[in-house]
Structures are given as C-alpha cells and as structure tokens.
Design a protein around this ligand. Structure first.
Ligand SMILES: NC(=O)c1ccc[n+]([C@@H]2O[C@H](COP(=O)([O-])OP(=O)(O)OC[C@H]3O[C@@H](n4cnc5c(N)ncnc54)[C@H](OP(=O)(O)O)[C@@H]3O)[C@@H](O)[C@H]2O)c1
Length: 325
C-alpha cells in the first residue's frame, strides 16, 4: 500500500477492481463548502482535494461516484427535519456525489425528494434510483412507473428497481419498455436479506438486469456469491445498509475506539470512511448508499469516495482487525 505521501501517484491502488479516479476534482474544496450551512466545518477537509473515485455501470460504461445516499428516513414533515434533508440534497452534488436511493415503500420519501429537488433545481446533477411498490394492491405495471415519475416530479427515473421481487413478472417487461421510451434509464431488482438470494440468482440468470441492490458490509457477507455472479454477468451493484443499518449499526460498536493509524494508508479519516472503503473496494460493488439525514454524516461518508481504496490484502487486514476489535 502506498504511503499518504504517494497519493499523487497512487492510481494503481485505485485501479484495482475496475475503479478509476475521476479526472481532476469533481469540485474544488473551496466550492464544496461555499454554500454549506453553519453546521459544516469552517474549513473543508483537505481530503476533499483527493481524486473522486468512480466505477462503471457495466451495461453502458457510464461512471458513477462510489458513495451515494439512502433515504428511508426522508418521509418527514417537521420544518427542521425537512431543512436537514434539503441541506443534504443540496450539498450532495457539490461534494461530488450523485446517487440518491429512495422507494415507494419509504412513506413519503419520494414525494419529499421530488419537492426538495425541484426547489433546489439540481435534478440534472443527481442519479435518482427508486423502487416499485413492495406490498399492497400493486397498481398495473405502467401505473407503478407513472406514480414514481409523479411523486419524484421528474420526466425520467435513472434507475427503477423492483422492490423485493414484488410483482416482478408483470413489472419487468413494463420497465424494459419504459427504458426504450426513455422514461427509465436503468432497470434493477433490490433485496436486503440472505433468504432472497436464491431468487436473486434466478433473476440474474434469467433477466437482463442493469443493477441489483443487496446488503453487504464487513459483518454481513451473505451476498458474496450473488456479488460474484453479478460481476460475471456484468450487472452493477448498489449496496444497502453498508454501515450495518439503523438497528445494528457498526459505528456504534467502535464509537469509543480509536481509529487505527494504518487507516491513513487508504485515506480513511473516520470509522465510517474505513468501513465504506472496505465495501467499495469489493470488485463487484458499483456504489454504496449509506442512509444519511445529516450534512455532517454526508461529508464524512463522501470522503470515502476520495483517495485510495484497500487492495485485497488490505481488506483482509481490516477484517482481521475488526474480528479482534
Ligand atoms: N430492500 C431494499 O431495497 C433496502 C433495504 C434496506 C435499506 N435500503 C436502502 O439502503 C439505505 C441504507 O440503509 P440504512 O439507512 O438502514 O443503513 P446504513 O446505511 O447502514 O445506516 C444508516 C445509519 O447510519 C447513520 N450514519 C450514516 N453515516 C454516518 C456517519 N458518517 N457517522 C455516523 N452515523 C452515520 C445514519 O444516521 P443519520 O440518519 O443521522 O445520518 C443512520 O442511522 C436505505 O436508506 C435505503 O435507501 C434498501
């Protein structure tokens, strides 16, 4: 692993697993915080000057920044809660990120995002991923799509995912047609438990998916074989609950423990960055979507999309450390 002094020539570390550093900086550090709120650091972290890491969507080659956000806590109405989410959605592209993952099943999350993004006028800077209804009376296929477009106040959804396979036989052909009609750019399927993986294997074998979404983290590796198959099939992968989720948070486990010095060797300055870099470096992973409702957490997580990633040996080192710590 290169030392921090070698960062300017450390592209080899970034290039493993189909990773490439973006050309130049997505945003200059001064710009990154120019419009940030009072809660933002007074001065940007120098780490924002490190190159942005992007990975390719195999079906098109389009590159995505490797850290986005999950928004299952965006169904809010209180003014201060809305203001916090607005701040996250405003700063997300300024920090170099794009992917915003939501779902019909997250209450009014789609509606809140649609309204805030419209107000902010930054729709074109985002890659919006949502999901079709996961329960109840499934509206006819086209209605599920039209409903998502309306709730998100957009003409086109970047990624429409079938949530937990619900209605997949009816929906899949509708979404393929919607792709041809330009209303959807990519089609996928999402899951978040090991029990769903046999069905996910089948979907990967049987259907032409652009994306899958699975749960994966240093303590949650049931998706390993699915990840391998997705890589073989050339399917992009979004990772949900990369920090362990709201209940079993990995960060809570280490909150009183010092970050090991060697984390600096991969430009990780916090536990969240170390854990996210561990997952991003998996060769099958395209991007992670940690759930984030606070600007400070967004900024922390976005630094995981900068600088160096662990190679296979370094990932093992993180695993050994985690097992004993
Ligand atoms: N079947 C499916 O398709 C499925 C299932 C589950 C989840 N998902 C998607 O995955 C996303 C992520 O799941 P998740 O939110 O449950 O789990 P997660 O990303 O593992 O954890 C999010 C939690 O970590 C906190 N957090 C985030 N960054 C932090 C940081 N740097 N420092 C300290 N705390 C931090 C968040 O707090 P704050 O809110 O305070 O920032 C939140 O409590 C969801 O939002 C959703 O989009 C999809």
């Amino acid at each position: 692993m290169s030392s921090t002094r070698d960062i300017g020539v450390s592209r080899r570390a970034l290039l493993q697993g189909g990773v490439a550093a973006g050309v130049g900086f997505a945003v200059s550090p001064s710009l990154a915080f120019a419009a940030a709120s009072e809660t933002a650091p007074a001065r940007p972290s120098p780490a924002f000057s490190l190159p942005l890491i992007t990975k390719a969507i195999p079906s098109t080659g389009e590159r995505l920044p490797v850290v986005g956000i999950g928004t299952n806590q965006y169904s809010v109405t209180a003014p201060e809660e809305l203001a916090a989410r607005r701040e996250v959605l405003e700063q997300l592209p300024n920090l170099g990120a794009k992917v915003v993952d939501t779902a019909w099943g997250y209450g009014d999350s789609e509606i809140v995002i649609g309204k805030l993004v419209k107000e902010l006028g930054n729709r074109d800077k985002l890659f919006i991923a949502t999901k079709t209804p996961n329960r109840g009376d499934l509206p006819p296929g086209t209605a599920a799509l039209e409903q998502a477009l309306t709730r998100l106040q957009t003409q086109r959804i970047d990624l429409l995912q079938i949530h937990n396979f619900y209605g997949i036989d009816e929906l899949f052909p509708v979404l393929v047609d919607a792709k041809q009609a330009g209303k959807v750019r990519y089609v996928g399927v999402t899951t978040s438990t090991d029990q769903q993986y046999p069905k996910l294997f089948e979907a990967l074998q049987k259907r032409r998916l652009d994306f899958i979404q699975v749960d994966y983290s240093i303590e949650d590796q049931g998706a390993e074989k699915v990840l391998q198959l997705a890589r073989e099939k050339g399917v992009a992968v979004l990772i949900n609950v990369p920090l362990g989720g709201r209940r079993g948070s990995l960060l809570r486990k280490v909150k009183d423990k010092p970050l090991p010095d060697w984390a600096r060797e991969i430009d990780a300055g916090s536990w969240a960055q170390l854990l996210l870099k561990y997952t991003i470096a998996h060769p099958a992973v395209t991007a992670v979507i940690p759930g984030t409702t606070k600007l400070a957490h967004l900024e922390d997580n976005q630094l995981a999309a900068r600088g160096r990633l662990p190679d296979a040996a370094f990932r093992k080192k993180i695993e050994s450390f985690w097992a004993t710590a």
